[in-house]
Write a protein that binds this ligand. Structure first.
Ligand SMILES: *Cc1c(COP(=O)(O)O)cnc(C)c1O
Length: 363
């Protein structure tokens, strides 16, 4: 079958990437973060590939955790956003999901509802991110209240999340680590701080559990490094085909609003991919695209279903030829910079129109 626009998921690469987490954090258990449909790669597909390689999973929402349990996964599953309603709390208990507890609103619901089983809790400490969690001065009182709460499993576990760990020179992470360690020093439960950037750049943050997300997908958490430079292998490559090759003369505009004008006669390639597939609309003129493995620049605006590239006057490319948007020989980190975004948004943004093809090959 001819596939027009498709993402290849190189599942074998995931064991290599887990190995890199183990090498970087040899004394920690690994929680694989598979929120947002495993960063766009397919929740169950990725969880299956990780099944015997990691010690647990983390998801953002209760429903994501329920989906993993219903599919038969038996590891620890931590729901990072916790619960907001009684029904969500009931689901956590019914499906044996660990929960991040970050607010007094959650505590009220807990105290309001008798559980058939105890809930495993990770007390979320806000060490500087200012998103979710208890402030330093609240931690002791929360600890006491949860300890007294019969529906909570003991010992309590603790986690925090870094705001700037991707910047190796930012002392904020050092401060967050110090504050978390100080606040939890006297508590016996398990502790977790590090995301991918923490795992790779902040050894002091590794603790009992590391929470590996982006690096499992072979992508660098740092803006100045590619996954390849960190010895990671990308899971996703994104492909399409040329659907037309057209000649234009000098001084013609291409695409909506005429943002690009040809300076010379050239051949234009029209590729069947656009923001309707998840290719970033803000990819700038000059963003590299591979046509038959050769780099050519994106020209004109990205539209919903198509982009245009400057193939050059001497090109032999023709309709049907293979195009790579990221993946083999074209790091997604480079595309993210050209689109003024981060690779996370690119992989999460692949739309259902894009066919997913699983592959056992490694890029
Ligand atoms: C998403 C997330 C992670 C994983 O982050 P990466 O940068 O993808 O490794 C870890 N912890 C929390 C709380 C998260 O929300």
């Amino acid at each position: 079958m001819f596939r027009t626009t498709y993402a290849v998921i190189h599942l074998k690469s995931i064991s290599h990437n887990v190995q890199q987490v183990r090498l970087a954090a040899p004394y920690s258990k690994i929680m694989a973060v598979v929120k947002a449909n495993a960063y766009g790669h397919g929740l169950l597909r990725v969880a299956k590939s990780l099944n015997r390689l990691v010690d647990g999973f983390a998801v953002a929402r209760v429903q994501e955790g329920v989906r993993l349990r219903k599919a038969g996964f038996q590891q620890k599953i931590v729901v990072l956003e916790g619960f907001t309603t009684h029904i969500e709390l009931q689901n956590l208990v019914d499906y044996d999901l660990d929960v991040s507890l970050h607010s007094t609103h959650q505590l009220e619901i807990l105290n309001d509802q008798t559980q058939s089983k105890q809930l495993a809790v990770w007390v979320k400490i806000d060490s500087g991110m200012n998103r979710l969690g208890f402030k330093a001065h609240e931690v002791h009182a929360i600890y006491e209240q949860l300890t007294a709460c019969g529906s909570v499993k003991k010992p309590l576990n603790f986690m925090t999340h870094f705001a700037n760990a991707d910047d190796k020179n930012d002392s904020k992470t050092t401060q967050q680590i110090a504050l978390f360690n100080e606040l939890t020093a006297n508590y016996v439960g398990e502790k977790s701080m590090a995301n991918s950037a923490g795992i790779l750049a902040w050894q002091d943050s590794q603790a009992d559990w590391v929470r590996a997300g982006i690096m499992l997908f072979g992508i660098s958490p740092f803006a100045d490094l590619t996954g390849a430079e960190l010895n990671l292998k990308p899971l996703m490559s994104l492909h399409s085909h040329l659907i037309a090759v057209r000649s234009i003369s000098a001084n013609e505009t291409v695409g909506y609003s005429g943002t690009w004008v040809s300076s010379h006669a050239t051949k234009l390639g029209v590729v069947a991919i656009g923001y309707g597939d998840g290719y970033p609309r803000h990819a700038k003129i000059g963003t590299p695209v591979l046509v038959n493995g050769e780099r050519v620049p994106l020209v004109g605006r990205v539209s919903m279903d198509m982009i245009t590239v400057d193939l050059g006057l001497d090109s032999n490319a023709k309709a049907g030829d293979k195009v790579t948007l990221w993946g083999e020989n074209l790091p997604i980190e480079e595309i993210a910079i050209c689109a003024n975004t981060i690779p996370y948004t690119l992989i999460c943004g692949i739309t259902p129109r894009v066919e997913i093809v699983e592959s056992q090959s490694v890029i």
